[in-house]
Design a protein around this ligand. Structure first.
Ligand SMILES: [Zn+2]
Length: 302
């Protein structure tokens, strides 16, 4: 499940592979993209940079230079992976690791081809129009961006008072890039009950949670974490351990013993989208009494 760190890794891998190169071929199964491509061809443009904002991946394409309309506006390709999307990079003639049926976008350069599989959200637009896109305009501070400030994120989360802290961490307009895995992991590391309302948590708790978010996400985008070919899959770690069975504290571990105290990890569906939350009822119990009514353990699979 791609979260902000995965998208940042993918953006970095794509940037290294493609930046500065000219697009030699563009193809998409999305009519909205091919319509833009007909009027403002992608072919011939230079891929200037690839970056992540929150969980959005942005590929900036230069105005056309080789064509008469030298003043054509630069374009940006925005993709969002949701649960299942991924970008792969291949050499020409290399065999794809996914079915052609899953292909949504192909961007070819002379040396490498970038292929987007199963991305559910894709938009080809101008820079100005991108900034007007609600999903981009409303993005909160991104722990993986260079200008991130803890205070901004704390303010964003605090403004979600009335929400459970777990839901506030998922709110992309409060803090960008945190997904369902990190949500549970951050709260465990911060020893905060996921059902605590934002307004009952002191600022020091929120600061601690944001600091943990920054630490986890930056550790998982460190150099060396990027895969050479597949840009999506990455073994996310929060425990600092490499053993695949010991990478996470609580996520996906319902019923298993807490790595700190041995108590069975709980799981419940939480929030408007019924996302699974995992927590240790003992380690994250300190302020739990008034939230217990809200947490209904639930034995379905996620
Ligand atoms: Zn515990």
């Amino acid at each position: 499940m791609p979260e902000g760190d995965t998208i940042h890794r993918a953006a970095r891998t794509l940037h290294r592979a493609l930046a500065g190169r000219a697009v030699t071929r563009f193809e998409s199964v999305f009519p909205a993209l091919t319509r833009v491509d007909v009027d403002h061809p992608v072919r011939g443009r230079i891929i200037e940079r690839v970056e992540a904002r929150g969980k959005h991946l942005l590929m900036w394409l230069s105005g056309l230079s080789a064509v008469a309309s030298a003043k054509a506006e630069p374009l940006v390709l925005r993709t969002h992976m949701r649960m299942s999307g991924s970008w792969h990079i291949y050499r020409p003639h290399e065999r794809w690791q996914r079915s052609r049926d899953d292909m949504r976008i192909i961007i070819e350069t002379d040396e490498l081809h970038a292929v987007a599989f199963n991305v559910p959200v894709a938009e080809l637009t101008t820079a100005k129009a991108l900034e007007r896109t609600q999903a981009i305009r409303n993005l909160g501070p991104d722990p993986l961006s260079a200008d991130f400030r803890v205070d901004d994120a704390v303010r964003g989360i605090r403004s979600r008072n009335g929400m459970d802290i777990a839901d506030a961490l998922l709110d992309q307009s409060a803090i960008a890039g945190i997904g369902n895995v990190y949500k549970s992991e951050i709260l465990f590391a911060g020893r905060i009950n996921p059902f605590a309302k934002v307004d009952v948590l002191p600022p020091t708790d929120l600061e601690r949670l944001v600091a943990i978010a920054v630490k986890f996400m930056r550790a998982n985008t460190a150099e060396g974490a990027a895969a050479a070919i597949e840009t999506y899959r990455g073994l996310r770690r929060t425990t600092g351990r490499h053993d695949p069975g010991a990478r996470l504290w609580v996520y996906g571990r319902a019923g298993k013993p807490c790595r700190r105290c041995g108590t069975a990890i709980s799981r419940a569906k939480q929030g408007a989208h019924a996302r699974s939350t995992y927590w240790c009822p003992r380690c994250q119990d300190r302020r739990c009494d008034r939230f217990k009514a809200a947490s209904r353990p639930d034995r379905d699979r996620d």
